[in-house]
Design a protein around this ligand. Structure first.
Ligand code: NAG
Ligand code: NAG
Ligand code: NAG
Ligand code: NAG
Length: 328
C-alpha cells in the first residue's frame, strides 16, 4: 500500500534521467520522497515490531538468516563464472533445497571472469563456515532467470527497458546485476553483529562481513571506471543504473537512504565534498545497516517481508523469514 504515490512520481522523474546532472536531481528528489515515505510508514503502520528497528532473535536465527543471501550470491556467481552452480561444485551444502531457476554462464571478459569465479568459490566457503558452525537449512528456491533481473531493472528504471535487461550478456551487465547482490549481504551483516551475544558468533560474522565488503568494493570500483559509459543499447549510463538500483532498494527497504550509487550529489558524498561515491556510506562514512525485514522487502522486490517474490519466489528459509511469511 505504502509508496504508490512515491513510485509514480519517481517513474516520471526517471524518464528524464539521461544525463548525470539529472541523475543528481533524481537522487536528491528520491531522498526527499523516501524521507516522506518513511514518515508516512512510521505514522500509519503498527506491526508488532518496529518497522526499521532490529528484531528479536537469537544468534542461531540471526546468522542462519544470512544463509539465504549467501546461497543467492554463491549460485549467481558460480553460474556466471562457470555455467553451473552449487549442485555441481559442492552439492552437500545445498542441504536438499531445490535447484535454482534460470542461472547461466555470463559472457565475461578476461578481467572480470576470474574475479567472479573467485567470488563464487568464496561464497561456497561462507556457506560451509555457517553450516558447520551453527547449522543450516535447505537452499531456498532461487530465481536467477534473465526475466527476473529484467523485471528488477525495469522496476529500478521506472519504465520497461527495451530490449529487456540481460544480466548474462556481457561484463558490464553482469557487474550491474552483481551490484544488486553482495551489498545487501554487507549491510545485513553490519546490522546483525551488534545483536549477537556470543563472541565466537561475532567473530564469524565480522569475518563474513570483511569479505562481502571487499566484494562490493571490487564490483563498485570496476563499475566506477565505466561510470559515464552508456549501457548498450540504453540511454542510461553505468552511474545512472547504480543510482536507480540503489534508489529502488531504498524505496523497497522503506527505512530511508542506506544505499547510494557510484556518482552522487555532494550531500551524499564523503564529508559532503565528493561526487565520487565508490563506496556507499553514511554522513560519517560508516557502513549503513539493514534489518532482516528490510532485507526481505528488498530481495523479494515486493517492499513487503510477508510477500515473497523476486529472487525468492517461495520466500527465504529459516525461522526469521518464515516468521514473517506465517504471521501476515
Ligand atoms: C540490537 O542492537 C541494537 C543496537 O545496535 C539495540 O538497540 C537493540 O535493542 C538490539 N535488539 C535486540 C532485539 O537485541
Ligand atoms: C533460537 O530460536 C529458535 C526459534 O526461533 C529456536 O527454535 C531455537 O531453539 C533457538 N536456538 C537457541 C540456540 O536458542
Ligand atoms: C522468475 O521470474 C520471472 C520474472 O519475474 C517470472 O516470470 C518467473 O515466473 C519466475 N519463476 C518462478 C519459478 O517463480
Ligand atoms: C553534510 O550535510 C548534512 C546535511 O545535508 C549535515 O547534516 C552534515 O552535518 C554535513 N556534514 C559535514 C561533515 O559537513
Amino acid at each position: 500500500m505504502h509508496g504508490s504515490h512515491t513510485s509514480s512520481m519517481a517513474t516520471s522523474i526517471s524518464y528524464l534521467a539521461s544525463r548525470p546532472a539529472l541523475v543528481f536531481v533524481v537522487a536528491l528528489l528520491e531522498y526527499y520522497l523516501i524521507s516522506l515515505n518513511y514518515l508516512v510508514i512510521s505514522a500509519n503502520s503498527a506491526p508488532n515490531y518496529n518497522y526499521c528497528r532490529p528484531i528479536e532473535a537469537n544468534d542461531t536465527d540471526l546468522i542462519q538468516f544470512a544463509l539465504n543471501l549467501e546461497f543467492l550470491e554463491a549460485e549467481f556467481f558460480l553460474y556466471g563464472a562457470l555455467g553451473e552452480g552449487l549442485d555441481a561444485i559442492s552439492p552437500n551444502l545445498a542441504l536438499g533445497g531445490p535447484p535454482p531457476i534460470g542461472g547461466h554462464k555470463a559472457n565475461l571478459n578476461p578481467l572480470v571472469a576470474p574475479i567472479i569465479q573467485e567470488f563464487g568459490y568464496q561464497e561456497v566457503g561462507h556457506l560451509r563456515a555457517i553450516i558447520t558452525t551453527i547449522g543450516g537449512f535447505p537452499r531456498p528456491l532461487l530465481n536467477l532467470s534473465r526475466e527476473n533481473f529484467a523485471a528488477l531493472f525495469d522496476q529500478a528504471a521506472g519504465f520497461p527497458l527495451t530490449p529487456p535487461f540481460d544480466p548474462y550478456a556481457n561484463s558490464v551487465n553482469y557487474l550491474l546485476a552483481s551490484y544488486a547482490i553482495p551489498y545487501v549481504g554487507l549491510v545485513g551483516y553490519v546490522g546483525t553483529i551488534p545483536n549477537l551475544t556470543e563472541p565466537t558468533n561475532r567473530r564469524l560474522v565480522a569475518s563474513l562481513l570483511g569479505v562481502e565488503a571487499g566484494q562490493d568494493a571490487v564490483i563498485r570500483a570496476l563499475l566506477y571506471k565505466m561510470a559515464h559509459w552508456k549501457v548498450f543499447p540504453y540511454r542510461l549510463t553505468v552511474a545512472d543504473f547504480t543510482n536507480l538500483i540503489s534508489g529502488l532498494r531504498n524505496k523497497l527497504g522503506g527505512c530511508g537512504i542506506k544505499d547510494e550509487g557510484i556518482i552522487v550529489p555532494e550531500t551524499l558524498g564523503a564529508e559532503n565534498r565528493t561526487c565520487s561515491n565508490v563506496l556507499s556510506a553514511d554522513l560519517d562514512s560508516l557502513s549503513y545497516a539493514r534489518t532482516q525485514p528490510e532485507i526481505l522487502r528488498i530481495v523479494y522486490a515486493t517492499g513487503d517481508e510477508s510477500v515473497p517474490g523476486g529472487f525468492y519466489p517461495r520466500g527465504a528459509n529459516g525461522n526469521i523469514a518464515r516468521r514473517f511469511l506465517n504471521e501476515y
